[in-house]
Each structure stands twice: as structure tokens, then as C-alpha cells.
Design a protein around this ligand. Structure first.
Ligand SMILES: C[S@@+](CC[C@H](N)C(=O)[O-])C[C@H]1O[C@@H](n2cnc3c(N)ncnc32)[C@H](O)[C@@H]1O
Length: 254
């Protein structure tokens, strides 16, 4: 298991034990509380979900998005599978309605390294990985494994990708600096003035995962298109929590 994955295990295991408010359990900020419906609406539309299919949510967490996914699965008769690390799955059982959980298959492990064989061999019509890929140092291996679990005509949404180059382009713009100053409640002149996105990327010393970048986005397009899939980069609507600095990738199997 890589270092970023180990740190994620630690972060989300302690969140699972501490957080009582499920709307904050996914690590989003207080200011974005209540946006789960907007996220789910966007995911549902991008995946073109249909009744009676199979749906996998990897790194599901135990927050509002999962609750909405469970409700939709019940209404639309999906065969729903949820997957997350063991402590988060424990919290899911503890916090969410047992009646609604009983119709789903629930697995725990650390994807893709420690996963039950029975689960690895399954294929799904729709797969969602929302706000998760930055918790690995090896995103290409993670994504390739997920793509191998798509059923024919299946769709995989890699949602909420914190692409450091995209964030850099935003922070290097006047609009981005002004937005960031308001978000951080500071004076715009106190923020670094990046000439280009590369200046921002060079400056990153925090835990932000630099492996989620333009190179990865372009690799996905080239690699999976050459392997027979269709790949699209999709923007996030402005009302989503990190829409200016994140984007989504949709991978469709023929
Ligand atoms: C930011 S939260 C997102 C939760 C949910 N997808 C949402 O958007 O509301 C990230 C989740 O991914 C899970 N996670 C991170 N790496 C994982 C891995 N390798 N295998 C399974 N789950 C993982 C964490 O435990 C956590 O629940």
C-alpha cells in the first residue's frame, strides 16, 4: 500500500469514529453542507443512469451522497454495491438506515490492493468514484482496475478530480485570486501571484496530490481511447463545492 493510501486510511478511519454529522463525513467543509443533492443530481445525469442496472460506488463514505444513491437504487431497482475501507463501512452500518442498506452488497477493503476476490470478478453497468482518486500514489493502476470492472455499455465516472494544473490555472487568473481571497477571508494582496499554473504546481508543499494533473487526464484519454473506450472530460456546474478547481472524467465501454 502506498504512503498516500496509508494516510487516507488514517484520516478516514478517524473521521468515521469522530463525525456524528454525516453531511460532514466526506471531509467537505461546513460551508458546503447541504450540497449533496446537487452533487448526486450531477452524477446521476453524467452517468445516464437507468432502472434495473448494477451500480458500484467505490469509496462511498457514509454521507449524504451515499444516502441519495441508496434511495435512488431502491426506487430504480438497481443492484447496488458499496465499497470503502473497513472503518468507514462500520460507520455506514452504524449511521444509515438498516432497511435501506439491506438491499445492497457491501464490501470493505482498500481498492485495488486488498479486495475480496468475489468482488474483483464482478462487472458493473455504472461505476462511481467520487472524490477518491487523490488518495493513491498510483492513480493509473487504480483507474485501470476500475475500467476492467465495467460491463459492456458500462460507464465509469471519476468525479471531483483535484487536478493541480487546473487549480493552478484558476489561481493564476485575476478572477481566481479574488475568489480565493474571499474563500480564505483574506486580502487578495496577501496571496501569491502566480504568472502561470506551473508556478502554483511548483509551490505545492502540502498534502495535495500532484499525481492528479493534466498528464494523468491526457493519459486517460490516450490510453483508454486506444484500448477501445470513449473518454470525455466534463466540467462541474458552478454550484458544486470545488467546481473551479476540479473536473470529472467519464469512461464509456462499447
Ligand atoms: C472524500 S471521501 C468521498 C466520499 C464519497 N465518495 C462522497 O463523495 O461523498 C473519500 C472516501 O474514499 C475512501 N477511500 C479512499 N481510498 C480508498 C481505497 N483505496 N479503497 C476504498 N476506499 C477508499 C475513504 O475512506 C473515504 O470514505
Amino acid at each position: 500500500m502506498d504512503k498516500t493510501q496509508l494516510d487516507a486510511l488514517e484520516k478516514y478511519s478517524s473521521l468515521a469514529k469522530l463525525v456524528r454529522d454525516t453531511s460532514l463525513s466526506s471531509g467537505r467543509k461546513e460551508v458546503d453542507k447541504g450540497k449533496d443533492e446537487l452533487i448526486w443530481e450531477d452524477v446521476y445525469k453524467k452517468l445516464e443512469c437507468k432502472p434495473n442496472g448494477s451500480f458500484l460506488d467505490i469509496g462511498c463514505g457514509f454521507g449524504g451522497v451515499t444516502e441519495l444513491c441508496l434511495e435512488t437504487a431502491a426506487k430504480e431497482n438497481w443492484k447496488l454495491t458499496l465499497f470503502d475501507i473497513p472503518s468507514v463501512i462500520d460507520a455506514l452500518h452504524q449511521h444509515l438506515d438498516k432497511n435501506i442498506l439491506k438491499n445492497s452488497n457491501i464490501f470493505s477493503g482498500v481498492y485495488p490492493t486488498t479486495t475480496p476476490t468475489a468482488f474483483c470478478e464482478q462487472k458493473f453497468d455504472r461505476i462511481l468514484l467520487y472524490s477518491v482518486i487523490h488518495y493513491t500514489d498510483n492513480p493509473k493502476q487504480f483507474i485501470s482496475k476500475l475500467v476492467s470492472q465495467l460491463a459492456p455499455q458500462g460507464k465509469l465516472l471519476l468525479g471531483d478530480l483535484p487536478n493541480v494544473d487546473k487549480k493552478g490555472r484558476f489561481l493564476a487568473s485575476d478572477f481566481g485570486r479574488k475568489f480565493e481571497a474571499e474563500y480564505q477571508q483574506c486580502n487578495v494582496d496577501s496571496l501569491p501571484h502566480y504568472q502561470t499554473h506551473k508556478g502554483y504546481v511548483k509551490s505545492i508543499t502540502t498534502q495535495q496530490n500532484k499525481a492528479i494533473n493534466d498528464e494523468l487526464i491526457l493519459w486517460m484519454h490516450e490510453h483508454f481511447r486506444n484500448s477501445g473506450y470513449n473518454v470525455f472530460t466534463l466540467p462541474q456546474p458552478e454550484h458544486l463545492p470545488y467546481s473551479h478547481t476540479r473536473e470529472d472524467i467519464l469512461i464509456c465501454k462499447n
